[in-house]
Design a protein around this ligand. Structure first.
Ligand code: SIN
Length: 531
């Protein structure tokens, strides 16, 4: 049995930042189910929001975050994260990250992008490949650490807790079962400080901007272990995902609208002005709903993002990745509007934590998209998420070190994994069918605009699917496909249950049955827990 001082599950900005800092204090395993760089972070285009300009202030960043969050942000958390941002950006720069700069009156300063809901330019970026650059820098640094084992192609199956082993007096995390995808064996790893950094759950929807790894693994594991889950009804749909039959999950960054891109309907009309005075740069929930309404009204398949009035050179330099990718699909963004549709993008809820990433289960931390600190409330402000990952990872290291090291708990023997009936899954078709069914029913019944009836239909169907999946799980040898399916079904059910319990419309949760905000009964987080 392996043992580490810290086990980090996930290898995006939050997980790698934690691992690098924790390695100064003990041994670390980073468990990641594909390659190190396969993370949501690597796909992030926009950048990191941080106050760096004289024209901006912490107060404005706080206000914009609270406005977007529609009354559900935790203001103390917002203030902490916003004010600690410059120090964490400095850490990245020290590791060798070069954010784009520009020349202003003889000196260099950060080239700041603008995105929806921000009252100032404050998004630090590396062209339109910010996340990829961050991931490269962090992985390079990780490879220099002797205290860190990067376990690629390893997928966490379940957390091992004292309560599950019958020690119910004070529940806490003791370790984790991990599937080695090459050998097919499930290993037991002991650690009393486990950090979930698994990202979000975009794959629960048919259309998403997320990579294939985003199957809600962290939330599902935490739920099974008895941790509290918060605000899962708030799924952010990004308004502009490339619409093309052959393009899978390609995001057209909000920064394109920040640089003047205008959304037009199939008649060429700048329709956003009818929905919000901020037009195409209104917060995402408003823009995504407006696009949904335009598409439903006109029967068109998509709307268009038009930035053709900008100079060709500017577009190619500022958006090299978007320009090249669109061109590969036969769309020249310098000459023609880009066809776009909304797609699931970000999980604003997650495993409930404090601002240090500590969950309700002792020894378990959740950082980055998998956690719900209270920063995003009912709707995340663009480019606040990489920032949250950085700040909370830093704070979680300090909290995990301070937390009581439970040497005595190490006396508790951890059972090895038991495979019930070790047959291989010969019914792969059932897994794929269920996988597709979940994603389609979530898209059709639990999307941008909801109703109780659709949510109830989704709930009933999901219960059946969960029963079938449970049977599979106990009867067959576990595989990545099966584990991901089990997690997707769990997270889908959590989203539906949370949505059903919020009888109002707020931020990203919009229901035709209760179209107004209810300031009396619902200015609170939705909390779910198995125990
Ligand atoms: C984008 O570039 O539009 C995505 C940024 C974000 O989701 O924060």
């Amino acid at each position: 049995m392996k043992a580490y001082d810290f086990v980090v599950i996930g290898s995006g900005i939050a997980g790698l930042s934690f691992a690098l800092k924790a390695a100064r204090h003990g041994s670390v395993a980073v468990v990641t189910k594909r390659k190190g760089a396969d993370s949501n972070t690597a796909w992030a285009q926009g950048g990191i929001a941080c106050v760096t300009s004289d024209e901006d202030s912490f107060e404005l960043h706080v206000r914009d975050t609270l406005d977007a969050g529609a009354g559900l942000c935790d203001e103390r958390v917002v203030r902490t994260i916003v004010t600690e941002a410059p120090a964490r950006i400095h850490d990245l720069v020290e590791l060798g990250l070069h954010f784009d700069e520009r020349e202003v009156s003889g000196h260099r300063e950060f080239d700041l992008g603008r995105e929806g809901g921000h009252s100032k330019r404050r998004v630090l970026h590396v062209a339109d490949v910010t996340g990829k650059e961050i991931e490269n820098v962090l992985l390079r640094e990780l490879s220099r650490q002797s205290h860190v084992d990067l376990l690629e192609n390893h997928m966490a199956v379940d957390l091992i807790t004292a309560a599950k082993l019958g020690f119910a007096a004070e529940d806490r995390c003791l370790g984790v079962y991990v599937l080695d995808e090459q050998t097919g064996e499930v290993e037991t790893i002991r650690s009393d400080r486990i950090v979930l950094a698994t990202g979000g759950c975009g794959k629960v929807y048919l259309y998403t901007t997320n990579p294939d790894i985003a199957t809600g693994d962290g939330v599902a594991m935490a739920w099974r272990a008895g941790a509290t889950i918060a605000n899962m009804e708030f799924v952010q749909f990004h308004p502009t995902c490339l619409f093309h039959p052959k393009a899978k999950s390609f995001l057209i960054s909000e920064a394109v609208r920040g640089e003047g891109g205008i959304l037009r309907n199939n008649r060429g009309e700048d329709f956003m002005k009818r929905y919000d005075p901020r037009g195409s740069l209104a917060p995402r929930d408003i823009v995504a709903r407006a696009i949904d309404a335009e598409i439903k009204r006109s029967g068109a398949q998509c709307v268009f993002l038009d930035i053709t009035d900008k100079p060709v050179e500017f577009l190619r330099e500022r958006f090299p990745n978007i320009y090249e990718t669109c061109l590969r699909f036969g769309i020249d963004m310098t000459k023609q509007p880009i066809p776009v549709v909304p797609a699931a993008h970000y999980q604003c809820g997650g495993v409930k934590t404090d601002v240090n990433g500590a969950t309700s289960l002792s020894g378990l931390y959740a950082i980055g998209e998998v956690g719900c600190t209270g920063l995003h409330g009912a709707n995340r402000l663009a480019s606040n998420s990489l920032l949250e990952g950085l700040v909370v990872a830093h704070r979680a290291v300090a909290a995990a070190i301070e937390s009581r090291s439970l040497r005595d708990q190490r006396a508790i023997p951890l059972p090895e994994w038991e495979s019930g009936n070790v047959q291989d899954v010969d019914e792969l078709v059932v897994i794929y069918h269920n996988w597709d069914e979940i994603r389609r029913l979530m898209w059709d019944y639990v999307g941008i605009v909801r109703t109780d009836k659709r949510l109830q239909r989704a709930s009933a169907r999901l219960r059946n699917l969960q029963r079938e999946i449970r049977e599979f799980y106990w009867n067959f040898k576990v595989s990545v496909d099966l584990l991901e399916l089990r997690n997707l079904a769990t997270v889908a059910a959590l989203i539906v249950d949370s949505a059903l319990s919020r009888k109002e419309s707020r931020g990203l949760h919009y229901t035709l049955d209760y179209p107004e905000r209810d300031e009396r009964d619902y200015v609170r987080s939705t909390l779910l827990s198995r125990v």
